[in-house]
Design a protein around this ligand. Sequence first.
Ligand code: DGL
Length: 272
Amino acid sequence: MDTRPIGVFDSGLGGLTAVRELARIMPEEDLVYFGDTGRVPYGGRSREILVKYARQDTAFLRSFHPKAIVIACGTVSTTALDVLRAENDIPIFGVVGPAARAAAHVTRNGRVGLIGTKASIRSGAYERTLAKLRPGLEVTARACPLLVPLVESGRFRPGDIVAETVAGEYLAPLRERGVDTLILGCTHYPLMKAVIGAYMGPDVSLVDVGEQCARWVKRQLELDGLRNQRPGAGRRRYFVSDSAEDFSDLASLFLGEDVHGGVEQIDITAYE
Ligand code: DGL
């Protein structure tokens, strides 16, 4: 039994897809979330900058003495997972492995689609992991740089003509390719699941990387004897590097609970 919190971070709202699932399957765990809303989007940045941000995000979360850290961000998971693991003496979880395992398991025709940020697609990390798990899978990958700004502006619902048009343009080659499984390789994308699902059609399975990662974290904490077994609901705290108000509105909507009042703004540059 370990009552320390689990730290979770992302560039903004996206990591809440992992938080929502973590809270659903492990309601008794305390969670500390950091969304780097002052510096979102991460996806177009260089490796050097991403490693610097990832170290600062981790240093902030470590000030809460967590038992594990979840990188609820495809961009950082594909770019800085090894660095963070080498520098930290607690478990560090990324989204790539769990998502690739789910996709390799789910696909029937062996054609897997992958969408992510520029940095994630450039890294080739999802393809490398898929090739190890199930050699011979055909992976069609596409960077979708406009999706994160759309989600952060709250433009992710069905009927939003801009969201539908942009998503359709990115997804057209994947639909043409006949993929039966689509990895939403950035944690922001599941917020657009309804739009993406409507375009791809009911026969395409969507793999939500935040959700898959949360399930993997639960399994690993159980194996390592790190679960918090105390009865009652855990405490959830949210921190951001820009306006708490803007984040709270969208976070409350997505999480289905009012987080206004539970979100604090911090200066992330003070952490190294
Ligand atoms: N949600 C993150 C990801 O999974 C970051 C996206 C971004 O900030 O560009 O890639």
